[in-house]
Write a protein that binds this ligand. Structure first.
Ligand code: NAP
Length: 254
C-alpha cells in the first residue's frame, strides 16, 4: 500500500496539469508539487485549488530541459515537502507556432519539441525514481498524444516523434522499475479543450473535428485527469507499461 508522499506534476499551471494536480489532491489526498517554467501566477492558481482539497501544495519553477535544473527541483521538493511518490510528466511545448513540415522545420523547433516533452520526462524519471525505490512504492504517469500513437500528422513530425519516444520511455521505465513496486504508464489524449488549444483553434474547427470523434466532442481536462488519478492509485497496481487512449474512440488522425 502507498506510503505517504508527494505528487510532482509538471506543466501544472496549464489546464490539463492543473486538472491532474487537483484530481490527485481531491481523490488521492496527495500533497502536490506544482511545477511550472515561466508562469508563476498560473502555478499559484493550481496550488491554491489543491490546498482547497485539504492537502499541502507549493509551486516550484524549473526549466525541465536542463538536467541540473531538474535535479535541483527534485532536491528542493524532497527537502521542503518530503519524498516524491507520484510523478506526472505533463509539461511540453504546444501550439501552432511549432507546426512545420519536415523540410521547412527549423532545427530549433525539433529540439524544443524533443527536449520539452521527451528529455524532460526522462530527467524527471531519473531524479524522482530514487525516492520511489527507497519507499518501495511509486507511480509514474507520462503524457503521449494521439500523435504518438499514429505518428504525427503532416506538420507535427517533431511532436509525434517526441510523443512516440515517451511511449517507448514508459515501457523501459516499467521494465526497470516494476520490481521496486513502481508502475510506469502513459496516457494518450486526443483533443482536449484547454486554453492552449483554443488559442490556436477556432470554435468552428473544433466543432468540425468533433464530428470525427465517436463520442461527438473533445475531452475536458478533468476527463484526462481522472485517468491519471486512477493510474496513480493503489488500485492500478497491476497496470504497468500501458499506453491508455483517452480520445473518445478516435483512433486515427490524418
Ligand atoms: N490540449 C490537447 O489537446 C492535448 C492533447 C494531447 C496531449 N496533450 C498533452 O498534454 C500536456 C499538457 O497540454 P496543455 O494543453 O495543458 O498545454 P499547456 O497549457 O501549454 O501546458 C503545458 C505546460 O508545459 C510547461 N512547459 C513547457 N515547456 C517547459 C519546460 N521547458 N520546463 C518546464 N515546463 C515547461 C508550460 O509551463 P509554463 O506555462 O509555466 O511555461 C505549460 O504550463 C502536453 O504534454 C500536451 O502535449 C494535450
Amino acid at each position: 500500500m502507498r506510503r505517504k508522499g508527494v505528487a510532482l506534476v509538471t506543466g501544472a499551471g496549464g489546464d490539463i496539469g492543473r486538472a491532474e494536480a487537483v484530481a490527485l489532491a481531491r481523490h488521492q489526498k496527495m500533497d502536490i508539487a506544482v511545477v511550472y517554467r515561466s508562469n508563476l501566477q498560473d502555478a499559484e492558481t493550481t496550488a491554491t485549488a489543491c490546498r482547497g482539497a485539504g492537502v499541502r501544495a507549493h509551486a516550484f519553477g524549473a526549466d525541465l530541459r536542463e538536467s541540473a535544473a531538474v535535479q535541483g527541483l527534485v532536491d528542493q521538493v524532497h527537502e521542503s515537502m518530503g519524498p516524491i511518490s507520484v510523478l506526472v510528466n505533463n509539461a511540453g511545448a504546444m501550439g501552432a507556432a511549432f507546426n512545420s513540415t519536415l523540410v521547412e522545420m527549423e532545427p530549433e523547433i525539433w529540439r524544443e519539441m524533443i527536449e520539452t516533452h521527451l528529455t524532460s520526462s526522462f530527467l524527471c524519471i531519473k531524479y524522482c525514481a530514487p525516492d520511489m525505490i527507497g519507499a518501495g512504492w511509486g507511480r509514474i504517469v507520462n503524457t503521449s498524444s494521439i500523435h504518438g500513437r499514429t505518428g504525427g500528422r503532416a506538420t507535427l513530425g517533431a511532436y509525434g516523434a517526441a510523443k512516440a519516444g515517451i511511449e517507448a520511455l514508459t515501457k523501459t521505465a516499467a521494465r526497470e522499475l516494476g520490481a521496486h513496486g513502481i508502475t510506469s504508464n502513459c496516457i494518450a489524449p486526443g483533443f482536449v479543450g484547454t486554453a492552449r488549444l483554443k488559442s490556436y483553434m477556432s470554435e468552428e474547427r473544433i466543432a468540425q473535428l468533433s464530428q470525427q470523434i465517436p463520442i461527438g466532442r473533445i475531452a475536458s481536462p478533468e476527463e484526462v485527469a481522472s485517468v491519471v488519478a486512477f493510474l496513480a492509485s493503489d488500485e492500478a497496481a497491476y497496470v504497468n507499461g500501458a499506453v491508455v487512449d483517452v480520445n473518445g474512440g478516435r483512433t486515427e488522425y490524418l
